[in-house]
Design a protein around this ligand. Structure first.
Ligand SMILES: NC(=O)c1ccc[n+]([C@@H]2O[C@H](COP(=O)([O-])OP(=O)(O)OC[C@H]3O[C@@H](n4cnc5c(N)ncnc54)[C@H](O)[C@@H]3O)[C@@H](O)[C@H]2O)c1
Length: 281
């Protein structure tokens, strides 16, 4: 796989993924409307990639970009991801996350990449105290999760109709540098920069499976290189015990100094697992 088309490639996860792809010598097109993504995220390697500043629902521009580039792999990360924003703007969330996914699939059905990876989420599952397997019951509890399960359904249909090997990747909670949305780590860093002596963490009781952005990016690359059956679903988490926001910050500091380690683990035929995504309360 040589050519990667990354929608949402200027965002938090996208920019990390693109940097890794560039280091691996891949050709990359970033397609992003910079609504949440930032040029500074891709500044260091922007001369080595092509950047298309356009909307995921702009069929003509998307069609032009994909027909010209002819990607081997499409990684579809463009979405409205910040849950409070989705709750306040449900129509926009549906337009970008559902219609946008449909538009991109429509274009890809003409040019048929060798693999299509869709960024879904653990928010397709209802809250649970037991670890989630991919065959766990589905039950989104907010508009964001609902848009992603719609996206997955479209993906499956599309994969079966076009035979483009496709994967819905259910990301658990991703953390790391360059976060674009106001999640735990950016909130803590903002407070530290202000020089406060006591850090407000908000609700410290929920425990989540937090995965480092470098590991997430490695996982996406590995999945793209793994022979994909027609349509598959992968949880992408850590297999580690879930942690609180406070411990997440300690983990974040430690992660700045370590190498990434990712394995793709396939489970039973009905259950494809990359690590075992864990409990969320
Ligand atoms: N960060 C997490 O913890 C997490 C967890 C589960 C799933 N995900 C999914 O992973 C993907 C990437 O998330 P992220 O954390 O990097 O978020 P992000 O907001 O940093 O990245 C999304 C990117 O999509 C772009 N975008 C948004 N609307 C667009 C549109 N209409 N046209 C073109 N581009 C558009 C944004 O500018 C941004 O660069 C998303 O699909 C998200 O739902 C993320």
């Amino acid at each position: 796989m040589k050519k990667y088309f990354v929608s949402g490639g200027a965002g938090f996860i996208g920019s990390c993924l693109v940097e890794k792809l560039v280091k691996l010598g891949k050709e990359v097109v970033v397609y992003d409307n910079f609504s949440f993504g930032r040029m500074e995220n891709i500044e260091d390697f922007k001369d080595k990639i092509k950047v298309v500043n356009a909307d995921i629902n702009d069929f003509a521009l998307l069609d032009g970009a994909i027909s010209e580039f002819a990607p081997d792999v499409v990684v579809h990360l463009a979405a409205i991801h910040f849950i409070p924003y989705c709750n306040e703007n449900p129509r926009e969330a549906v337009q970008v996350n559902v219609d946008g996914t449909h538009t991109l699939m429509n274009v890809c059905s003409k040019y048929r990449p060798k693999a299509f990876l869709f960024a879904s989420t653990a928010a397709v599952y209802p809250p649970s105290h037991i670890p989630y397997r991919e065959d766990h019951e589905i039950g989104p509890f907010d508009i964001y999760g609902a848009t992603k399960i719609c996206g997955e359904t479209l993906m499956e249909l599309y994969a079966l109709q076009t035979e483009v090997p496709s994967v819905s990747c259910r990301f658990f909670n991703v953390y790391g540098p360059k976060e674009t949305n106001d999640h735990v780590i950016p909130r803590i860093i903002k407070q530290i920069k202000k020089g406060v002596t006591t850090i407000q963490l908000g609700n410290t009781s929920p425990k989540r499976d937090y995965i480092y952005v470098e590991d997430m990016s490695e996982a996406l690359i590995k999945i793209s290189l793994t022979g994909i059956n027609k349509y598959e679903v992968f949880n992408i988490g850590t297999l580690l015990p879930p942690i609180t926001p406070k411990n997440l910050f300690i983990q974040f500091m430690m992660d700045q100094f370590r190498q990434t380690r990712v394995n793709v683990i396939r489970g039973t035929p009905a259950c494809f697992i990359l690590y075992f995504a864990n409990v969320r309360t």
